[in-house]
Design a protein around this ligand. Structure first.
Ligand SMILES: [Zn+2]
Length: 208
């Protein structure tokens, strides 16, 4: 590992492997690091044949091969909502990574790799930057909420149907009860009506 003790950053573990992290506050607008490496000329067959993930195109003709060990900037990961940017000087054939926000110690330094890199390398595997992770989490939470809502709706429907069925039964039970009561009343009347007769009979018996 290179000695970075005099730099405001260090190489550290990130979600996707290694990354570059601020060790000191880095003010918005300041240069963080230069993206360095051999200059490839696409007019040379040998240069044009080079292929790796660290190629940084400066112009139609020139590309920096950033895959070399001394290029510490290659540790900087992509973010769709970055705190730094790549500042390219075509004339000087120079790439500077510059802070576009105030960066706090411990914060990972990111810049946007651009649509071409994104399409080729990140889209197929899914971008793992904080912004995309947040979006993904939000979407998943929304999907979960929707699933729960539908489940709740289905459960309520079942419950309503059960209540409806129970209500019908209760109604049926109530009318059955009414019939029973009516019968009981009739029965009472009958017994009441019968009672005097018995009394009469008893009286008659007593009299006899
Ligand atoms: Zn992203």
């Amino acid at each position: 590992m290179p000695d970075l003790s005099d730099k405001p950053y260090r190489i550290g573990r990130s979600k996707t492997g290694l990354g570059l992290f601020a060790t000191q506050p880095i003010k918005k607008g300041t240069k963080i690091i230069r993206y360095i490496g051999p200059m490839l000329d696409c007019n040379k067959k040998k240069d044009d044949a080079v292929e790796n993930k660290y190629l940084f195109q400066i112009s139609k003709r020139w590309t920096v091969d950033g895959s070399v060990r001394k290029n510490i900037a290659r540790y900087i990961n992509h973010s769709c909502k970055p705190n730094a940017e790549s500042d390219v000087s075509v004339k000087k054939r120079k790439i500077i990574i510059r802070a576009i926000k105030n960066i706090e110690p411990g914060e990972e330094i990111n810049y946007d790799y651009g649509t071409e890199y994104f399409k080729e390398y990140l889209k197929p595997i899914g971008c793992k930057c904080d912004s995309c992770e947040k979006k993904r989490k939000k979407k998943a939470a929304e999907a979960r909420a929707e699933k729960a809502r539908l489940k709740d709706k289905a459960e309520r429907k079942v419950q309503k149907q059960a209540e409806k069925a129970a209500g019908k039964k209760a109604k049926a039970g109530k009318s059955a009860g009414k019939t029973a009561k009516a019968k009981a009343k009739t029965g009472a009347k009958t017994s009441k009506a019968k009672l005097p007769k018995t009394k009469t009979k008893a009286k008659a018996a007593a009299a006899a």
